[in-house]
Write a protein that binds this ligand. Sequence first.
Ligand code: FAD
Length: 505
Amino acid sequence: MDRLVVIGNGMAGVSAVEEILKIRQDLSITLFGDEPHVNYNRVLLSEVLAGERRFEEITLHTREWYDQNKIDLRLGVRITAIDPLAKTVSDSEGKVTSYDRLLITVGSIPFIPPIQGVGTQQAEASERGRPACRTGSLHPAWPVEGATQAPIIEKQGVFVFRNIEDTQKILAQAHLAKQAVVIGGGLLGLEAARGLVNHGVSATVVHLMDRLMEQQLDAASAAMLKREVERLGIGVALNTTVTEILGDEKVTGVRLTTGQALSAGMVLICTGVRPNIDLARSARLKTNRGIVVNDHLQTSSPDIYAIGDVIEHRGKTYGLVAPLRDQARVVADHLVGEKKLSYEGTVCATILKVAGVKLTSAGVFLGGDGHEEMVYLDTRSAIYKKLVFQNNRLVGMILLGDNKNGTRLFNLIRSGQDISTVKDQLIQMGSGQPSIQVDSSLSTVSTMADTELICNCHTVTKGTIMQAIRDKGLKTRDEVANSTKASTGCGSCAQSVEDLLQDVN
Ligand SMILES: Cc1cc2nc3c(=O)[nH]c(=O)nc-3n(C[C@H](O)[C@H](O)[C@H](O)COP(=O)(O)OP(=O)(O)OC[C@H]3O[C@@H](n4cnc5c(N)ncnc54)[C@H](O)[C@@H]3O)c2cc1C
């Protein structure tokens, strides 16, 4: 294999190229990205919207990086068709490029539910319209009929939140609008609402379900989160949604299923994402909700691979960063390596990036039949901790208000190790009682072994981070991120990095 073509210059595409370059440097790599930007950290758009970071600060790879690695980067160029028999791709500039192997990493696109007053392009009514929505908030029963193929929003002041352009437009409108409605009370909707509040916009989150972040929280933690979110000045309307966007050319408000009208100078639609499968479908690759891949991340056409938000693996779609890092390592091994690795799925943790609210959720957080649950609730301090066990293994958790043990506990969930000898101590750890001394091998990051992973996305160990902090005199999380890459993936280890900085400095 000499010629690799990658479609999509997002986090999955570039992660795969990074892994490939670790194994082989003599490939001809052509990378198509229809956004006009070099690879950036999409996760951090929430912090850009909140005014906590500038756009320049979320770049992951500079133009020089592509040049140094002899990657033929085609920025702002969209692939319009794949011909698996001829092994070529056609692009928006009318050019045709040949490949030996093709990697599709075209991600996901915002899902827009049918709402009167939103200009949409109708998709066929089928299962494929149902979003992946880990970062979104879609009600499983939300009708997929009328789901959009791609978001086309005609009314001024109505936005989706997916890329740099969306964020720029939202920020510009935030300086004009006084009130905003955010449709969707999942991770993305809450982060967007917080961002708007930071700019002085009064935001109300409208959510179809009976609780916020129902894909990550149980009823008790969601109720506590609602109180915390309201404390930040964000309004929350549950059990209802928007049926109509009001206003002629410009949005003036929304109408809810209850009949109530809310005034708004801007509306953000954060109702989940769905894998961007249209290109693959046109090429007659096997698709369902996502592009169907096997454990080698190979599509139904043997020379075409796919990873990231766009795939469906063992019936599952993700919509998160951690899986795409795991997938990048496997796909690189199959494209240029020893073909020894296989992808078996990723256990995911979700961290809410809303300043002032500490929240981590992972694994089987609901518990239920066949599970044992430990719950600690302190309404005065707004702390809720739940650990879920099954067969002497930690299989899920919710940490709200205090997630400093999140990395450690998540490592136990990921490893699936037998915790029978330390279960009582884990329960004590979760109990929030500061006086309790737990086995040093289980407590916070400061007592983790140097060989243990802090950043699962970039496989950065505690030892690497500690050494960088000491040797380079690092003082801030951003400095650690620039030096080691830790916390630049899904961001779930950010608190652990802060804790290590505190330990050393
Ligand atoms: C605001 C926000 C916050 C998030 N927060 C978190 C978080 O806290 N934790 C977490 O794990 N995940 C989070 N996510 C989700 C995470 O960003 C995605 O899982 C991740 O970016 C997926 O990477 P990807 O490369 O598969 O897809 P994408 O990032 O969507 O990249 C795909 C790229 O391909 C391009 N493309 C599409 N079609 C074509 C074509 N035909 N030709 C050329 N290029 C094309 C797209 O424009 C895009 O640049 C967040 C997402 C957003 C928007």
